[in-house]
Design a protein around this ligand. Structure first.
Ligand code: RFL
Ligand code: PHB
Length: 389
């Protein structure tokens, strides 16, 4: 086979890239390890920056999002049992956040790629990029037991944190940065009406988050130990623990019900530099991971794809290589900003092992400062909504 761009990984980054390239007249083939059913059942992100909403609209997948997305003026933070403040992105940054599940975005992207005749090869095994430091890279894989080869001009590594693309960058070139947090998030999805707001709670029992997917679907998280066994957390243990971490007035509003999904995500920050090598370009989780506290992971995947699709389109349509040459640098500037705000919010809202009285006072004072200072809140709001592309 032959194409212009082989995209390894059919998560949101890979699917969106293939769609945006198609709209600019560039051909691609997406190679996805898993089945479609598996990809669509994976429950992950749910909160979009305004910039991401605009990119999705431009890519032709904004229709259901506009209809079913839950538009918010910002998110609440609660602490000390009764204190609260709103990260008011509408007031301070002039833009709203939108709750709309990653699962829905992936579904919308599959639908639009299918409608436009896009090629997505799922259950592609042993995918391997080759000759990435030459002008004629190629990718091998196995489908239905048969070894296959695709020759291409470029390879986009959109295969998430544990994919194969990043490994194709030689160790001598690649620099990685990692911070592992000493806890995870235990998340559940339940078919119950959510709270009106997205609410982050700092509590002596640990962090908690109330979120949502649609008027009948709630998403809740609680901070847990890294080695937590999910079997130890039946619903009748989860709900009281969740409620105990919110102020009484909010806890009383939470509608409980059977969970339809439950999973644990360890929290870490990770950045790989550079995000390109030869004719290989990384986008999304393949290049970076942020703890979910700032809701930045999916948004970063979308902004990477925005830059990369434009760079590839300039190469093909205007014979301009400047975008490709500066892709890594441009994307990384935004990545580090998101890594920092995610780290800041993670530190602000979680309980850490061995956290002393001093550290707790620092957290509390920072929260009080956010609640009373417009300047502090404006600063947080502009980062939470996402810096302009
Ligand atoms: P994905 O979604 O991991 O997709 C990568 C795809 O590549 C495939 N793959 C391979 N394909 C071929 N060959 C191989 N060798 C392959 N290896 C892997 C995989 O099967 C998969 O389909 O990465 P992508 O596209 O970069 O998208 C990134 C987002 O998924 C991720 O950043 C977010 O989900 C993070 N995240 C959040 N981000 C937000 O912006 N807002 C949020 O509210 C938010 N909440 C979250 C989150 C992540 C969470 N977890 C589970 C860590 C909440 C949680 C709990
Ligand atoms: C989610 O709805 O899954 C969600 C919302 C906000 C976050 C992280 C996750 O910061």
């Amino acid at each position: 086979m032959q194409t212009q761009v082989v995209i390894i990984g059919g998560g949101p980054a890979g699917l969106l890239l293939s769609q945006m390239l198609h709209l600019r007249g560039v051909d691609s083939i997406v190679l996805e390890l898993r089945s479609r059913t598996y990809v669509l059942q994976r429950i992950r992100a749910g909160f979009l920056e305004w910039g991401s909403v605009e990119i999705l609209r431009e890519a032709g997948v904004g229709e259901r999002l506009d209809r079913e997305g839950f538009f918010h003026d910002g998110s609440m933070i609660v602490w000390a049992g009764a204190r609260q403040c709103l990260i008011d992105t509408r007031k301070y940054a002039g833009r709203q956040m939108v709750a709309y599940g990653q699962t829905n975005i992936t579904e919308d992207l599959y639908a639009v790629r299918d409608a436009m005749g896009g090629t997505i090869i799922d259950e592609a095994l042993d995918v391997a990029p080759h000759a990435v430091d030459t002008d004629r890279p190629w990718v091998s894989f196995v489908k239905d037991g048969l070894e296959q080869r695709i020759d291409c001009d470029f390879i986009a590594g959109c295969d998430g944190s544990y994919g194969v693309s990043r490994k194709a960058i030689p160790a001598a070139v690649l620099r990685t940065y990692e911070k592992v947090y000493p806890f995870g998030w235990l998340g559940i999805m339940s078919e119950t009406p959510p709270l009106e707001d997205i609410i982050y709670a700092n509590h002596p029992r640990g962090f908690a988050l109330a979120s949502q997917r649609n008027p009948r679907l709630s998403r809740y998280y609680i901070q847990c130990d890294r080695d937590t066994d999910i079997a130890d957390w039946p619903d009748d243990r989860f709900w009281p623990e969740l409620k105990a971490r919110f102020p009484r007035s909010i806890a009383d509003e939470i509608t409980t019900g059977p969970s339809i999904e439950k999973s644990i995500a360890p929290l870490r920050s990770f950045v790989a530099e550079p995000m390109s090598y030869g004719r290989l370009y990384l986008a999304g989780d393949a290049a970076h991971i942020v703890p979910p506290t700032g809701a930045k992971g999916l948004n970063l995947a979308i902004s990477d794809v925005y830059y990369l699709s434009r760079a590839l389109s300039s190469f093909y349509n205007d014979s301009d290589i400047a975008g490709l040459e500066s892709y890594s640098q441009t994307a990384l500037k935004r990545v580090w900003g998101a890594v920092r705000i995610s780290w800041y919010l993670t530190n602000l809202l979680h309980r850490f092992p061995n956290q002393g009285e001093f550290d707790l006072r620092m957290q509390e004072n920072e929260l009080e400062y956010l609640a009373k200072s417009e300047a502090a809140m404006r600063n947080l709001a502009e980062q939470y909504i996402g810096m302009p592309l």
